[in-house]
Design a protein around this ligand. Structure first.
Ligand code: URP
Ligand code: ZN
Ligand code: ZN
Ligand code: ZN
Length: 467
């Protein structure tokens, strides 16, 4: 039996258009759009009608960078796939791409199987995987081809974290050469981890143990240097490159230069770099530990360059890098030694709202909001137009968004499984009202109606983004 829903009277916003239209959904997909009030729209018959008058109707968010249950620094990121995807839905995100991890000495397959086991049957929304490649060798290079064929089409490498996830330049070049052949996209954590480790050791020897020193040793120049090196290695390999969690203005400059040369080089930033700064890392009483992530938060003056990059398309995507650790018992592991603070911030629930606030504040347009948060991540990672837009045939992942509702972000009210909010007390305008995942209400007028196991794994094609 077909299930039909119509969303009436809202302003439908995609990366390319804004139209007052009614949206007909049938069997979990967008069936048709018609201008509101026209005979075509009035002919849409449905059992279920959602009134979106005065609201926005937007594609569900695509968060291309999350770490549910990531093992890191002797502990695990505190959101499971169940709690993390539920929180994502509350925040208007209907697809996440999480990072499966290859441990050193293990195969990619083992890592991927482990992540499938964590996620399957537990997710409220759809999910896909990137693969972290920690151990480049002849076998893993062959495995990359197989993963691309089965829908895991992007691979993260680290120029940071020696001894854990780190790859040297030769390993990076080999993986890039492979991706140039098999169509995979290399995602780079661009920080010079070898140099950073020297600076960490020197800082600790001087007795500089507070969280703010995390930001001081992980220098912007060492992000820019690694970004430059990754760009040139990709150029030598003839491969495209996607740089994750860009925070330094000097790194944006490297991306902009490469793009001006016409290279297929792309950049992602995250809300924490747009809204938070080293001021947070310097909060007294070890509070700064809440803001320890890598790349680190930067001085405030970097933010303007990131916003500019988002407007000029030198940065294409905003993802969260959601990697929550509780303050109590987890961030506290680094009291007396900032290098032992687990790296990562919560944010999967906050991204769509923070970026809407950026619309309110005049940093970006409404269509750019949808482009950087929904459409481009879907295209970049081979899920478009199934995900990331509202068009006939697309999955009916749709959010009814109230642009006038006011909210205050807080750990008291959020749904992420973490005991603090990085945005505690922040007032924003705009709020998710209803969320459909493949036509099924997951949030219905601010009530959770979803279930663990509704979300399914989404195999992806290769990168569809060449702008
Ligand atoms: O601090 C961060 N970003 N933690 C997650 C791991 C990573 O490097 O993305
Ligand atoms: Zn209107
Ligand atoms: Zn990273
Ligand atoms: Zn990450």
């Amino acid at each position: 039996m077909s299930r039909r829903t119509v969303i009436r009277g809202g302003l439908v916003i995609t990366a390319s258009d804004e139209i007052h239209a009614d949206v007909l959904i049938e069997d979990g997909r967008i069936a048709a759009l018609a201008a509101s009030g026209t005979p075509a729209a009035e002919a849409f018959g449905a059992e279920h009608v959602i009134d979106a008058t005065g609201k926005y109707v937007i594609p569900g968010g695509v968060d291309a960078h999350t770490h549910m249950e990531l093992p890191f620094g002797g502990t695990f990121a505190s959101d499971t796939f169940e709690t993390g995807t539920r929180a994502a839905a509350w925040g208007g995100t209907t697809t996440i791409v999480d990072f499966a991890v290859q441990s050193v000495g293990r195969t990619l397959r083992e890592g991927l199987d482990t992540w499938h086991a964590k996620a399957e049957g537990n997710c409220a929304i759809d999910y896909a995987f990137h693969m972290i490649v920690s151990d480049v060798n002849d076998e893993t290079l062959k495995e990359m081809d197989l993963l691309v064929e089965e829908g895991v089409t992007s691979f993260k490498q680290f120029m940071a974290y020696p001894g854990v996830f780190y790859s040297d330049d030769g390993q990076i070049l080999r993986a890039m050469q492979r991706s140039a052949e098999n169509g995979g996209l290399i995602m780079m954590h661009a920080e010079n981890g070898i140099a950073i480790d020297v600076l960490v050791e020197q800082a600790l020897a001087r007795g500089e143990t507070d969280p703010r020193h995390h930001g001081e040793v992980r220098k912007a120049l060492l992000e820019a240097e690694a970004t430059h090196r990754a760009i040139r290695l990709a150029q030598v390999a003839g491969a495209p490159l996607y740089v994750v969690h860009v925070s330094a203005m000097e790194a944006v400059a490297e991306l902009a230069r490469a793009r001006d040369e016409g290279r297929p080089v792309f950049g992602e930033t995250c809300p924490q770099y747009l809204f938070l700064s080293t001021d947070n890392l310097a909060e007294p009483g070890f509070e700064g530990a809440k803001y320890v992530c890598s790349t680190p938060l930067r001085p405030r003056e970097h933010q303007a360059r990131l916003w500019q990059g988002l407007r000029t398309n030198d940065l294409q995507v905003v993802s969260t890098d959601h990697c929550p650790f509780c303050f109590t018992g987890q961030k506290e592991l680094g009291r007396g030694d900032f290098s032992k603070i687990p790296n990562g911030l919560p944010g999967v629930e906050n991204r769509m709202d923070l970026l809407h606030q950026a619309v309110v504040d005049g940093h970006i347009s409404r269509r750019r909001w949808i482009e950087i948060a929904c459409a481009t991540p879907a295209r970049m990672f081979g899920m478009y137009p199934k995900k990331g837009t509202i068009t006939p045939g697309a999955d009916a992942d749709v959010v009814v968004y109230d642009p006038h509702a006011e909210q205050v972000m807080s750990a008291e009210t959020h749904h992420m499984n973490v005991d603090y909010s990085a945005y505690e007390g922040k007032r924003t305008t705009g709020r998710v009202e209803t969320v459909l995942s493949r036509g099924v209400p997951v949030i219905d007028r601010r009530e959770y109606t979803g279930r663990a196991g509704h979300g399914v794994w989404t195999p992806r094609s290769t990168c569809q983004y060449l702008d």
